[in-house]
Design a protein around this ligand. Structure first.
Ligand code: FAD
Length: 465
């Protein structure tokens, strides 16, 4: 094939975390690269995910900090919160970040196409607005995912509910919000709104939130929601939503358990789906799984030789740093002749509840299943800071150790700054840290994190203890 027989060496579909990293790195080698983005550069994380979400977490935490400061002698007088002021500042920062993504791509020499792209065949894409057809030697699918909602046939009136996409654009705080779901997005926003003083109700089909997390973390987060004033209804789903115009709380949410709740905002955080509808993967011959995710191998390669996929669209681990690393690995492998692929083990993760969750490595259940005999070290205490401020929330720490060689398989924590602490623990886990390494490490006093290196007593389950 002659050089540049195609319009581009690489065409990236989707300007989110994974796509932007891959496009920019590939272009820096001198390759001819184009990226198509149908909405806003930066993708879910920057525009309607991690970034604005974390700002909302901060906004909500300030309220509590102001109240709690009284225990330390501070008197702030009358305080109030103005959602418009906060939202304007948040959106200005999101705009700034999106602009940086755009400029970084431009500076790297990437051609930016601000419209939707769909496959015509394995080497050809059609731009939706202009109708232009473009060919590329290699194509990277980095189209991310979107919130999933049931259809109005399944839940009549579900069209009155919003998703995490719209939650960032509320003009005023809700008078009463109902959130459906028990995943990390649902529990994070439950804390956000409760912290902002909004009566908040969480409706979850299961018995305990955060499926997939360590059981002790799930229990602690569940209790933490209640402690934060969230009304948690478990074992129930939305049955229907009726709108009664003119009412103060115009939405009546009927539940499968026979109860109902009135609210002015209903948010569904019921899961996410890969953005492959209408993408034309069938025209390109790209295989999808039953959920619509692009099937890839460890190199992020699809079943079609010139097409790769990274990030949420592959439904591996749906987190920003994962999408970035997958995009990075793809670009270095294909354009720098430095082949490597991302190792999906031991990814540090946070849930920005208040207090937050930080976790890395295996849950106790996973560790027992895969490694058999494990030792558990755990502690649960009220942190020093809370002794004077009236905050009753507690810290939970748990270390899971393989008995045969004392290797640490997982560390889980709920408490202030858990995300920051677990990021550093992630390095140790990746290096193969053992429990004796923890024990040899000197404590940093007084801190919450010192408990991680001072836990000496193995936890014994009650039934055998
Ligand atoms: P995306 O960032 O979703 O980017 C895909 C892009 O492709 C989008 O911009 C979309 O508009 C575009 N696109 C789609 N189809 C086409 C097409 N046919 N043509 C052109 N463009 C197209 N992760 C964390 O690590 N930490 C967090 O705290 C966190 N919080 C989150 C909070 C929320 C509310 C949500 C929804 C997600 C959160 N995530 C978090 C997940 C994180 O945002 C995603 O894992 C990450 O953005 C995935 O990156 P991506 O590149 O795969 O896709």
């Amino acid at each position: 094939m002659a050089e540049h027989a195609y319009d581009f060496d690489l065409f990236v579909i989707g300007g989110g975390s994974g796509g932007v990293r891959a496009a920019r790195l590939a272009a820096l080698t001198g390759a001819k690269v184009a990226i198509a983005e149908e909405y806003r550069m930066g993708g879910t994380c920057v525009i309607r995910g991690c970034v604005p979400k974390k700002f909302m977490v901060y906004a909500s935490a300030y309220g509590k900090d102001i109240r709690k400061a009284a225990g330390y002698g501070w008197s702030a007088g009358e305080v109030s919160y103005d959602h418009g002021t906060f939202a304007n500042a948040m959106h200005a920062e999101v705009d700034r970040l999106s602009g940086i993504y755009f400029r970084n791509l431009k500076n790297a020499g990437v051609e930016i196409l601000e419209e939707r792209a769909e496959f015509v065949d394995a080497h050809t894409l059609r731009l939706k607005t202009s109708g232009k057809e473009i060919t590329a030697e290699k194509i990277l699918i980095a189209v991310g995912g979107r919130p999933w909602m049931p259809s109005p046939d399944e839940i009549p009136g579900i069209e009155h509910a919003i998703t995490s996409n719209e939650i960032f654009h509320l003009e005023a705080l809700p008078k009463h919000i109902v959130i459906g779901g028990g995943g990390y997005i649902a529990v994070e926003f439950a804390h956000v709104f409760a912290g902002l003083g909004v009566p908040t109700c969480l409706v979850y089909r299961g018995e305990e939130v955060l499926r997939g997390f360590d059981a002790d973390i799930r229990t602690a987060v569940h209790e933490g929601l209640k402690e934060a004033g969230v009304r948690v209804i478990t074992g129930a789903v939305f049955d229907r939503i009726d709108k009664c115009e003119g009412e103060d709380l115009p939405l009546r949410i009927s539940l499968s358990n026979g109860g109902h709740i009135d609210a002015d905002v209903v948010m569904g955080a019921l899961g996410r789906r890969p953005n492959t509808d209408g993408l034309g993967c069938d025209a390109a011959g790209v295989a999808l799984d039953d959920n619509g995710a692009v099937v890839v191998d460890e190199w992020s390669k699809t079943n079609v030789d010139n097409i790769w996929a990274v990030g949420d669209v592959t439904d591996r681990v749906a987190l920003t740093p994962v999408a970035i690393r997958e995009g990075h690995a793809f670009a270095e492998t294909e354009f720098y002749r430095r082949p490597w692929h991302f190792d999906h083990a031991d990814i540090p993760t946070a849930v920005f509840t208040q207090p937050e969750v930080g976790t890395v490595g295996m849950t106790e259940a996973q560790a027992r299943k895969e490694h058999g005999a494990v030792d558990i070290y755990k502690t649960n205490f009220r942190p020093m800071k809370n002794m004077l401020n009236g905050d009753m929330s507690r810290v939970l720490m748990k270390i899971i150790v393989r008995q045969s060689d004392e290797r640490v398989l997982g560390v889980h924590m709920v408490g202030d700054d858990a995300a920051e602490i677990i990021q550093a623990i992630g390095i140790a886990i990746k290096m193969g840290v053992t429990k004796p390494d923890f024990d040899r490490t000197c404590a940093l006093h007084p801190s919450v994190a010192e408990e991680l290196v001072t836990m000496r007593t193995k936890w014994v389950p009650e039934e055998t203890g």
